[in-house]
Design a protein around this ligand. Sequence first.
Ligand code: SAH
Length: 256
Amino acid sequence: MRRPGPVYLVGAGPGDPELITLKAIRRIREADVILYDRLVNEELLEYANPGAERVYCGKSPGQHAIPQWEIEALLIEHALAGRTVVRLKGGDPLVFGRGAEEALALAERGIPCEIVPGVTSAIGAGAASRIPLTHRDLAASFAVVTGNRCREDAAPVRWDLLAHGVDTLVIYMGIGRLEEIRAELLRHGKAPSTPVALIERGTTDRQRVVTGALEHIHKLAEAMKIGNPALIVVGEVVLVREQLLLLEAQARLAIG
Ligand code: SAH
């Protein structure tokens, strides 16, 4: 029997194609077949060998173009045929990326798999929108949280604990449920004036950022038609963005 694989689970970074790692580029170059997701910047496929097969596994919220079991079956099939396989995912493959499920499915078949981390969107979009997730005076902790439960048996999000136990919350997949999330946080005692930022298409040249108080944030999102992919950042650190923008504008005026 031919030696299987190898398979690489690779993080493509948050959107800006320059935010990929050198190791990820090397793995893309080596690949015979690349299975990539919707949030992967397609410019990155230009690193691939022209003869490499490209398989789009895109999912849009609520609908799965290729079901997860089929993606896993494809990874196994290509690996068993002795091909070098890259599974390319937006951000980091293990942060809400189902990378662990794929690594386990491969391991069960004895197929080696290497995981190449990527810049997750919380970190990328935070930097691109000038929001530090931690700050010496404002935030000693941050949490990444899912705003969406796609499987009914999954552990529920503990909004009661998150509302008080963590300083900065970065909520993925939450924009479609912003009203519910806002209501949960307020119900568990988060101050209505807590600053919130919504970051759409963070790090890309189409990035949009909206900021406001928790109390009104759902109305702002609606007015600005904020859509996927987007992150919700909740916490005092959002004020640093305002401060930076103000100081930078003042500096520009002084120079001009
Ligand atoms: N593995 C990815 C997350 C996949 S879940 C990562 O590490 O970033 C998909 C969610 O990620 C989206 O619903 C959105 O909340 C977030 N996301 C991914 N890319 C984003 C971007 N460029 N800007 C804002 N949010 C993004």
